[in-house]
Write a new protein. Structure first.
Length: 161
């Protein structure tokens, strides 16, 4: 696994641009909220740790991971942020629903990044086989993917400045 030998929460603050002037959007899926809320909270804490002001962090919630694409498009249309983080969690089940949701969200976010805006949309969607794997990556033994997404959002927002 990619995260087996890496803690997702580790970053060197000295290497990260100051986020004080930046505005961020975070769109979180309410599905698997025991996982997604942990990643959201990790992202918010990290953005603040790197200088972002609380009033410059806009948080929205959508029902599930598939709706993250629409939420991101709506936030892009408002034009109020320098970067968006979409946070979701899709866990393998007994049907192919997992495959369709994962593929749709991945391609939708990729399309937004390629064609829709100069604002980066950061993909923070876990696609794990078990709930435990997701918990391990949302504040558990592998750290927090939300922290990693926040650092990516800061770096990508700075590219656009």
């Amino acid at each position: 696994m990619a995260t087996e030998n890496k803690n997702l929460s580790e970053y060197n603050k000295k290497e990260i641009p100051n986020a004080e002037r930046l505005r961020f959007g975070i769109i979180t899926s309410g599905w698997n909220d025991q996982v997604t809320y942990g990643m959201r909270d990790g992202a918010i804490a990290t953005l603040k740790d790197c200088g972002a002001k609380e009033e410059h962090i806009i948080c929205w919630e959508v029902p599930g991971s598939f709706e993250l694409v629409h939420g991101a498009k709506r936030m892009l249309d408002k034009g109020e942020v320098d970067a968006i983080i979409v946070i979701g969690c899709v866990i393998q089940g007994e049907t192919r629903h997992f495959d369709f949701v994962c593929q749709g969200v991945t391609q939708g976010i990729a399309q937004l990044n390629a064609t829709q805006s100069k604002v980066p949309v950061i993909f923070c969607v876990l696609t794990d086989n078990t709930l435990q794997q997701s918990l391990d990556r949302s504040g558990g033994k592998h750290g927090n993917k939300g922290v990693e997404a926040a650092i990516t959002a800061i770096r990508m927002a700075e590219i656009g400045r």
